[in-house]
Design a protein around this ligand. Structure first.
Ligand code: SF4
Length: 121
């Protein structure tokens, strides 16, 4: 299982990612259900050329994207971004701390991309 973490852009002005990495390496909080085989393939912010980043995550076989706890708290269109990401990945909407945020709870989305068969009825 390959995963990645996307965090809030402006938070990267000051944060070194300790909370995210601590939760990942200790397999706690949003990472508690992973075993030793999980691979962290990327850690980046949601700014810049996000479409290019998404393409790279796809090409590297990432299956699950964690939107960070700071993205949940600070990114204005957190839910819209989560839905956009769910077109390609399962989305877990936090990284460290509680699933319940001060202003909103963590979103969880399965990958929505699916094959539709219009002749199925
Ligand atoms: S979720 Fe926490 S540790 Fe991770 S980037 Fe945001 S502020 Fe830093």
């Amino acid at each position: 299982m390959k995963i990645a973490i996307l965090v809030n852009e402006s938070t990267m002005d000051r944060c070194i990612g300790k909370g995210c990495f601590n939760a990942f390496f200790k397999r706690i909080d949003a990472f508690r259900d992973y075993g030793p085989e999980v691979e962290l393939m990327g850690f980046t912010h949601v700014g810049g050329d996000l479409e290019h980043k998404i393409e790279k995550l796809i090409n590297n076989g990432v299956e699950v994207v964690h939107l960070s706890t700071c993205a949940r708290a600070k990114y204005p269109d957190y839910e819209g971004l989560a839905h956009r990401l769910s077109e390609h990945f399962k989305v877990v909407g936090y990284t460290h701390g509680s699933e319940k945020g001060k202003s909103r709870d963590a979103i969880h989305l399965d990958k929505t991309h699916s094959v539709h068969n219009d002749n199925s009825l």
